[in-house]
Ligand binder design. Sequence first.
Ligand SMILES: C[S@@+](CC[C@H](N)C(=O)[O-])C[C@H]1O[C@@H](n2cnc3c(N)ncnc32)[C@H](O)[C@@H]1O
Length: 235
Amino acid sequence: VALYDTVNPFSEDTAFYLALAAEQPGSAVIDVGCGTGALACALARRGHRVTGVDPSLAMLDRARHRLDGASVEWIHGGADQLLDVGADLALMTGHVAQVIGDDAEWLRTLVGVHGALRDGGRLAFECRNPDGQPWQAWTPERSRRQVDDDAVGAVDVWAEVVDVQAGRVRFEYHNRIVATGEELISLNELRFRTEQELTMQLHDVGFRLDGVFGDWDLRPVDPQSPELIFVATRR
Ligand SMILES: C[S@@+](CC[C@H](N)C(=O)[O-])C[C@H]1O[C@@H](n2cnc3c(N)ncnc32)[C@H](O)[C@@H]1O
């Protein structure tokens, strides 16, 4: 948790979601799986009314203690905790949709988000595109990079796949603090759902699909696209 923001800094995805929210100045935005709260706070600074929801107390604690953490309403739990929010926009960023591996929980999340939006409110999220098999690059050799953390200095980070099964990839994420040699390893599982699966689920829950994009420059999806970026409207 302490290294999360260093390893996952703002990037093109953040710009995309901030621009989407900016289409409606002052709008009410829900950040589902808000993590350490960087995006939620950035939205609040831009004048949005923001609710951040996450089941991880460690992540939420980090979020609450950000410099402008008091400007966001933080909720502990999943999207089913979002009652009568009437939001204009719901976001799920940083591949939260893939972290929610259990299919029943994923559907409950979509239903919860749908219920928390006003009619005409929008949902946007991204998943990595399974067609490109991005996990092939999650080897120590291909994924190793170094990041610089304010608190502990240089950190070597890399991913290593443990297991690939239909639609699920388990991998270790290694963080080695160069100065001390200390290594922190997290074991993660990501669910890879197809564009067709996600499109059907959104429709079944009551969303109209506005678009699916293959990358942050909004190009269409093709088999090599890194992402499946969904934007949908509550019917
Ligand atoms: C990879 S982090 C992404 C955090 C943040 N959205 C970002 O862009 O940096 C995934 C987050 O999803 C949260 N999460 C896991 N299961 C969830 C669920 N069922 N509903 C909402 N969030 C969930 C985790 O606690 C974690 O904070």
